[in-house]
Design a protein around this ligand. Structure first.
Ligand SMILES: Cc1cc2nc3c(=O)[nH]c(=O)nc-3n(C[C@H](O)[C@H](O)[C@H](O)COP(=O)(O)OP(=O)(O)OC[C@H]3O[C@@H](n4cnc5c(N)ncnc54)[C@H](O)[C@@H]3O)c2cc1C
Length: 79
């Protein structure tokens, strides 16, 4: 069985879905951890733009992810 990984599900060509495939949805792997001393944000692969914006914005930082709130950060990064 072919496998598809789905983060935010926004792939333009539909590579995170398909017929007769096993979809592994990682959207609940969405933990975020900020190390303020080292200015490093660790994001789990299923986090969405909006979750990152809310978290990082409330800590005084920005994230350049575009406008769509439900784009996944790992699909965005791979793209
Ligand atoms: C309606 C729409 C609005 C958009 N708006 C914006 C925007 O505002 N800002 C912006 O920057 N971009 C935007 N995009 C483009 C978007 O950034 C890309 O399409 C991006 O690749 C989507 O990532 P995703 O995680 O949501 O999609 P997905 O379909 O979940 O993933 C994209 C690809 O990456 C693979 N993948 C995902 N996670 C992993 C992983 N952890 N390991 C291995 N493979 C993985 C998937 O299998 C798939 O092939 C938009 C696209 C659409 C369709």
């Amino acid at each position: 069985v072919d496998i598809r990984i789905r983060s935010g599900g926004h792939h333009y060509e539909g590579y995170s879905t398909g017929d007769c495939v096993l979809v592994i949805d990682i959207s609940r792997l969405n933990g975020l951890k900020l190390d303020k001393k080292r200015n490093i944000l660790k994001m789990e692969a299923g986090a969405e733009n909006t979750e990152v914006y809310d978290f990082i914005g409330s800590n005084g930082y920005v994230f350049p992810g575009g406008t769509c709130p439900t784009v996944g950060v790992s699909g965005f990064t791979l793209g």
